[in-house]
Design a protein around this ligand. Sequence first.
Ligand code: COA
Ligand code: AMP
Length: 636
Amino acid sequence: MDMAGSYEKTRAAALADPAGFWAEVARGIDWVKPWDKVVDDARKPFYRWFAGAELNTCYNCLDRHVERGRADQLALVYDSPLAGAQRKFTYRELRDEVARCAGVLRGMGVQKGDRVVIYMPMVAEAAIAMLACARIGAVHSVVFGGFAAPELAKRVVDARPKVMMSASCGLLPGKAVPYKPLLDEALEIAGAPDTPCLVLQRPELRCEMVAGRDVDWQDAMSRAEPADCVPVAATDPLYVIYTSGTTGKPKGVVRDNGGHAVALRWSMEAVFGAQPGDVYWAGSDVGWVVGHSYIVYGPLLQGCTTILYEGKPVGTPDAGAFWRVCAEHGVNVFFTAPTAFRAIKKEDPEGALVKRYDLSRFRTLFLAGERGDPDTIEWAQRILGVPAIDNWWQTELGWPAISNCMGIEVLPVHPGSPTKPVPGFDIRILDEEGNEKPAGEIGSLVIKLPMPPGTLYTLWNNEKGYEETYLSRYPGYYLSGDAGFVDAEGYGWVMSRIDDIINVAGHRLSTGQMEEILASHPDVAEAAVVGVADALKGQVPLGLVVLKSGVKHSDEEVCRDLVARVRSQLGAVADFKSVHVVARLPKTRSGKVLRVTIRTMADGGEVKVPATIEDDAVLPEIKAALAALGYPRAPA
Ligand code: COA
Ligand code: AMP
């Protein structure tokens, strides 16, 4: 098929008539009741998609495929080198499991609109839990297992869940990580210790159950009556997912049912070029947005087989793990983060392990979650012999906003750029005053409202926060928080953040939040955390602290304590391992900490001493502290 010009045509159609364009795309979803309005703009700048319509997301993911010829096709494959286990579910089997799990939730008192917090490892039951919530119109909030109890507690406080769903442990190379003690601690911290918990006992590490409160997953499933799909409004919430903001309080991004189903299914076809029956694998975790959109909802809405992988790119057992999964399950489309490829490249620089596997069904690799550095993109293409497609988006957006759209028209790749705006996203680059920047000039990356379906429509319990964080900086536009430019050919380039968010192994973290944790230590007077470049993880956090006078502990003791605090308060996922005591921090005369200067020094860049610096004699002291932590790193 000649696709030439299709991209421009589709993009123009979506911009000229969003309502007409998305009404047509919405035909890919089964509705219980049609909409009154495709895009409801009565409360600008708060737009709602498919107002008046009703549907059920779980029905669209499972039942309709069972009813229309996919009952015996595989829907979900769980593959765990860590547990040494695999489980396969056809669409019929998955529908039945999900219906039973929904029945369990019903039995525990969960009704439409109630919240359920899911704190689970990468097991099939995690996806089943999410779909079971969707089936009865409950709103799920999945929390990544690498977060510590206080972080889980914040999400419990915000969502006030009817039920918690969890497991006895998660698995990491060489160890089982207990989840249940964290769950118990989080409920205590949240002041909700009596919240009913549905707990999956895993054979690798069983847990204590609280009598009268905790319910055994397998036991409950064996006795449950299946629950049917409950129609919900297209505008009702499907899930909340928390993401890092600039403060210690995470932001609860809310996704609706209707717009989400429409956009996600279409993205499978238009962006990923995945057809019903294809095998699609997102190598991420259900705790992240990539896991929500592309392990669970997207592939199932489109009638694909989805892979849920509990393992790592390396060490489970080797750097060929991804190729083993692709070959064994016949993966057509694979999506992961560049950091995973950097990990593989380090262990298998020539890609020798690729040759051991039959990857003949593998068509396209997608990389996102952090900047796709040209070296990694080019290396991936070379060893795999398939296109590696960088795509830019965020938790808030829910699906790719800048990408090469493999199902519309394949555009030439410019390594380092995620290519062009996906039809429906009107990307602009603005200066401080809100004027559009000329091609090639860096500015604030924004999206003109209304954004397409599937993007966030509010923050949980916090519409004001939504407006203030995203919509008020430039009226009429969504503020992404990223800086970048659009070149003369219309390619987007995303270069950095405009705030204190950093990206560690594809995980989004707030240095401000880490600073709050450090500063709350009784010995610490002030703290600065910056994200420094890391050859494997993209960025890692690095802290400098000033101690109060008269501190009794040694610097080493305080630093050890600080590392442990970030781990126990935020989580292992923060990867906070480098911190050093300094006599003072570099500051401007008005008292602002010069974080960019610290970061530039740590990265070995050329430091332009800011004219506003309070005292430049501090810089050699900072240099010495960074050197003690091993920065700048020697080139790899
Ligand atoms: N439960 C508990 N702890 C967890 C966890 C979980 N589910 N997942 C990770 N952790 C811990 C790890 O054990 C590690 O702790 P450590 O400091 O004791 O070693 C820490 O959190 C950081 O984990 P991770 O970022 O996974 O680093 P790593 O060094 O173990 O592995 C990679 C590095 C590159 C292999 C890994 O980050 C990876 O596979 N990335 C793939 C990309 C990805 O998933 N991106 C998500 C968005 S698409
Ligand atoms: P998250 O919300 O965790 O998905 O993180 C989103 C952030 O990761 C974005 O705002 C960017 O800063 C960064 N990011 C994600 N994908 C890309 C990409 N392809 N290129 C550049 N930055 C990216």
